[in-house]
Design a protein around this ligand. Sequence first.
Ligand code: ADP
Ligand code: ZN
Ligand code: ZN
Length: 753
Amino acid sequence: MAKYADIIVDISHEKLDRTFQYRIPETMEDEIAAGSAVIVPFGRGSREIKGYVTGLSDMPSCDESKIKNIIKIDRDTVSPENSLVMTAAWMKRNYGGTMIQSLKTVIPVKDIQKVLKKKIITLLIDQDAALARSAYFSSKHQLAKARALDALSEEPVLPYELLSRKKNISSSTIQSLDKDAIISITEQEYFRNPVKGMDRDEIRNSLSDTQKDIIDHIMNDSEMGHPGKYLIHGITGSGKTEVYLGIAERMAADGKQTIVLIPEIALTYQTLLRFYKRFGDRVSVVNSTMSKGEKYDQFIRAEKGDLDVIIGPRSALFTPFSRLGAIIIDEEHETSYKSETCPRYHARETAEEITSKREAALILGSATPSLEAYYRAMDGRYHLFEMNERLTGGSLPKVATIDMRAELKGGNRSIFSFRLQTLMKECLERGEQAMLFINRRGVAGFISCRSCGHVMKCPHCDVSLTEHKNGRLICHYCGYSIPKPKVCPECGSPYIAGFKVGTEQIETEVKKMLPRARTLRMDADTTSRKGSYEKIIQSFSDGEADILIGTQMIVKGHDFPNVTVVGILAADLSLNSGDYRSGERTFQLLTQAAGRAGRGNRPGEVVIQTYQPDNYAIRFAASQDYKGFYFQEIGYRELLDYPPAAHMLGILICAADERRGSSFASRLAAISRDVLGITGEGVAGMDIDKGIIIGPAPALIGMIKDQYRFALYIKHSDHEALVRVKDVCENECVMNLPAGVYVQYDFDPIRAF
Ligand code: ADP
Ligand code: ZN
Ligand code: ZN
């Protein structure tokens, strides 16, 4: 029996981010394990505070007499399972930040929520009587009572909240109806169940041979005791979700549970319904709009063994299943799988770690796999499956790439090419729908030439330069900068400028060209309110508009069978986002956008408008050729030592005082150089096996909230070397961090700081 426990105290304070040893009283010996939550005395006053056990030992690490006893086990806190604490430790090591930050990430809800009592209102009279009463109350001008009875005549049992809030009925009104014995109010305890009330009838498809083979292969590996890691590369509509359902079902039959990760934005009612129909109450969901209490309930249901499947975004990874069978990650290429707050973990990598430790299968699916996943499939770390046919029929759309430089020469100064104008008119005449997609992701003030398409790039980093307020163009990887040119250095044209078209301007142009067209706009502005995203999708789906105009939001996972024309405006914008993943992102977005056309019976047509028709990402997206794209892109990553061919660590240094921030950034660069043993300057210091240090330079976003931001990037062939760099930098921060300076780490960043 271990005598001592290493405990991390629950204080969000970087300087206390270490463990302290405590003695385990004999009475607690059997119960305390890594992951237990405990109350311990802390500091000179022996204040009682909460902590987590991260490890056990038999030997005291310091003078025995100085070690304090654990006071008690904290039963008001969910003790994360042992394995979750291990995952947190792994995350801290591999992504940086504090142990406490990592613990908080894997323990989604820390404090036990009160068991909720839900008030239910039941109508005690029949529907006709209710309507008669309603009419009576109306005539007496008791309109709230009338509203309540109207609602209850449609749905005789309603949650109290729903009736009072949605119908705006006061509690005194409800009480008065109760007194008159028209309704009853009851209370019940309940676990909030987000999928309750869905319709369970399922029409099952018989699986295709490909689907059967994949499920059998994965399940055989798992049942033989060596679950593997798999990538399913399948076009949209090829039946991947059906495969996920099949795997989860067979896992459940084996008594094992499955975590299904889906990007938040694709977590629609339709997707949920498919799982619900198969698993009923044994499936649940977590998402960001749920309350703490609701999330906590799902967590308890999982722990108690009431669930076979949980669906959710990134954070669902940490569901405490006792016998985890598989983690499935749909649309694994999505950038939302990477956390943008500390620890900046990637769900795919973390799932790799969790499935390895817990002997579970990892299944990734995508129509456009990330370079990381495909790279692993190519070198054999993942087993690759391919699904190349759409099961619902519907052919792949016809894609035309339009060179906007030629349009300009031909006298077309509109934002729509002649081809797209014609297609839109014809589409509307046929009573069909169109989508216009403006590729604005990551557009941050790059400069390009409208006449020849030339983009101003950094000669050292091969990413686009971005325009700063001071009028200079700057590379935010290395800091290279030049004055903004007045004419294009390639062709001498004066049409060299930033691109500033937004959805609003597109809508105006559409109205000018097609005054009768009904349009809908979807972007960050129009979807900022809760539920507005769904509303726009629904109303377009119901045919309330002819043309949907939007940013990348409109290209994700929605089927609009009546859409036959898709216009992609300024396809190359995302090529210029100024980081090494811009080609990949562009290819994915364009492939997805193109896939929106012709989902129904009618064939679709896609127009890709671009100033760089020869760019490989655009060419391969137009021909829907993933492999062609992959091999070209990976060649580029290998040449320039970018992930996944090498590893990269981004370090962000923020400070209100510019000089202080910049000098600490230089300090971290010098320390990194020392750790890695880099001696040469410039090209002499460019050996990926030793490590390459780039910067520090002002970050892409040079200032946020009056904090100056500096970025330092380090590339290395070995991930472990970068972990070492992070460790010494963290150590330097513990010892010598200047006041008002903040440091963050990002491994294999997916976007620039
Ligand atoms: P993906 O996840 O790859 O987009 P889905 O699993 O959603 O593909 O399948 C696309 C469509 O094909 C769905 O409407 C689904 O019901 C249908 N489908 C899936 N598998 C089969 C099958 N074996 N036979 C007939 N239809 C199928
Ligand atoms: Zn030019
Ligand atoms: Zn550069």
